[in-house]
Design a protein around this ligand. Structure first.
Ligand code: HEC
Ligand code: HEC
Length: 471
């Protein structure tokens, strides 16, 4: 986003091309690589870092940069896993700044498409520049900003946004915020800094970066997990089987890095043919939705691999929100759009039977069940961390404690939804419902808060134990 201020020649892309030359399989997949991803160690908690994160949080949710009154949190709300989807959008009042295009005459045209926003959660972005607003734009879903520590860094530079080139300038998360302000915060389509918005300061960018990197998982899973449950277990095996599901080739450990021929080649871009899907919901409306050509200007048709641990509760799926359910997203890999894509054809060439990806219905559901379970496990991890943090709050920090408990409840609701949606692990769901009830009691209670929280944590652990054997 905000690619207008990106340099037109990017030396890094030259390096990138050279680096992939020896990786023949990868090249034949039509990928753009950023090479082996060595995620930075999470910094030790220290008061300076904590302060910076707290400042970043304040900016992310409250700073409007003197613009149209949107904040980063307008599209990345914490209470909805940092994404907006049609269900969440439907709960917002009409004067919410998300809808500026509906009530600010200066932004009525060529800023957003309100119909596509409300019906499909799509946001308008002028990724290829602001010179022809009426026809040069793409419509994209909002990605969560969780686990960025595992999915952005690579030795050849950061990859952000659905096509990996969302950040202007040096492509860092810091720069992403600059691009976001120019794209989404402006008061008029002139987009003049100092008039239509103000640009973030260096200090603000440091804080925003620290905050975003602190969100969600700080490291990748190590698969296979010792899962319980026949179907999710089978789904994990399919996911990891490089001659069946083949998912782990591009989403190593259900994360955002790729692995061909035994080596991790980092956070890669692929052309998997999502743009070729027939009957894309947004297209069916008859609204103008120009093709999205992915990375670069003009684009090479590739998109950046997202992490999957956070996927099940952050749909709709893919860069264009083309698919509503996680089962549907897995089934995508069976279709012609994928199997005729550069990535699908390359997989077929490397397959003894000449098959790209072909899963039958039971296998699609099993792979999706696996993605549901790892999502629930992540939500449980996060809920326990939030509840434990709330235990550290003193008598005079009730408001902070309640906020943490509220977020733990929302994570728990997601775990329940994600498991129930796949008819999975009813016994875990019972424990999670109990955990939610106890957390709600803790939030309402003055004297017994800690006791209820401890019980809620133990109910979360029981749920966890019914999903996976303790290691
Ligand atoms: C109007 C909605 C909207 C607002 C406001 C918004 N974003 Fe986004 N954000 C998006 C969309 C859409 C994308 C996908 C962009 C792309 O693919 O290039 C995105 C992508 C991102 C990503 C990339 C995540 C990844 O996994 O690569 C980051 C980081 C991000 N936004 C940070 C911010 C920050 C920081 C702000 C505030 C300065 C902000 N956003 C404000 C809609 C928004
Ligand atoms: C050739 C590399 C490749 C393979 C193989 C692959 N993926 Fe993907 N996956 C991607 C890319 C790239 C995207 C983003 C595509 C887009 O949005 O246009 C993606 C997106 C997804 C998404 C959507 C995530 C979101 O948040 O919207 C899901 C779910 C997913 N993949 C699951 C799977 C599963 C399950 C398999 C195995 C059956 C698999 N993938 C195999 C590269 C791959």
């Amino acid at each position: 986003m905000g690619r207008r201020i990106r340099q037109s020649t990017d030396p890094r892309r030259g390096v990138t091309r050279a680096a992939i030359a020896p990786l023949l399989v990868a090249v034949s997949l039509g990928v753009m690589l950023t090479a082996a991803c060595q995620p930075k160690e999470p910094p030790a908690p220290g008061s300076d870092r904590d302060k910076l994160i707290a400042q970043g949080k304040e900016i992310f949710f409250n700073e409007t940069f003197s613009g149209n009154s949107r904040t980063c949190g307008t599209c990345h709300p914490a209470e909805n896993n940092f994404i907006i989807d049609p269900a969440f959008i439907a709960t917002l009042p009409n004067d919410n700044p998300l809808f500026v295009a509906e009530f600010n005459p200066d932004l009525k045209k060529n800023f957003e498409n309100p119909r596509l926003m409300r019906e499909f959660g799509l946001i308008l972005e002028n990724l290829d520049g602001f010179d022809d607003l009426a026809s040069k734009f793409v419509m994209r879903g909002v990605p969560h900003v969780l686990s960025l520590r595992t999915s952005v860094e690579s030795p050849q530079g950061p990859r952000t946004g659905w096509s990996g080139d969302g950040a202007p300038g040096d492509r860092t998360l810091r720069s992403f915020a600059v691009g976001a302000v120019i794209q989404h915060f402006t008061k008029t389509l002139n987009r003049v800094p100092g008039v239509d918005f103000r640009l973030p300061t260096d200090k603000e960018l440091d804080a925003l970066e620290a905050f975003m990197l602190s969100l969600g998982r700080q490291q990748d899973l190590t698969l296979p997990l010792r899962l319980r449950g026949t179907v999710p277990k089978r789904g994990q095996a399919i996911f990891l089987d490089n001659s069946l599901g083949k998912c782990n080739l591009c989403h190593v450990n259900a994360g955002a890095t790729a692995n061909f021929g035994g080596g991790n080649i980092g956070n890669a871009n692929f052309n998997t043919g999502v743009e070729s899907l027939p009957d894309q919901p947004a297209d069916l409306t008859g609204e103008l939705v120009p093709p999205d050509d992915g990375l670069g200007t003009p684009g090479d048709g590739t998109f950046n691999t997202p992490p999957l641990v956070e996927a099940a509760d952050t749909g709709p799926f893919f860069h264009n929100n083309a698919i509503e359910t996680i089962e549907g997203a897995v089934a995508f890999y069976n279709g012609d759009a994928f199997n005729n894509s550069p990535a699908g054809r390359a997989l077929a060439r490397g397959d003894p039977r000449g098959v790209g990806i072909k899963l039958d219905a039971t296998q699609v559901v099993a792979a999706a069940a696996f993605l549901r379970v790892i999502n629930a496990l992540e939500n449980i991890r996060s809920a326990i961390a939030l509840l434990e943090e709330s235990l550290e709050k003193g008598l005079f920090e009730r408001r902070e404690a309640k906020e943490l408990i509220r977020r733990a409840i929302s994570e728990t609701e997601d775990s329940i939804m994600v498991l129930q949606g796949g008819g999975l692990h009813p016994e875990a769901v019972v424990h999670l419902q109990e955990a939610k009830r106890l957390a709600a009691k803790a939030a309402a209670s003055f004297l017994f808060r800690r006791g209820h929280i401890r019980n809620a944590i133990s109910a979360q652990r029981k749920a966890q134990d019914s999903l996976v054997e303790p290691s």
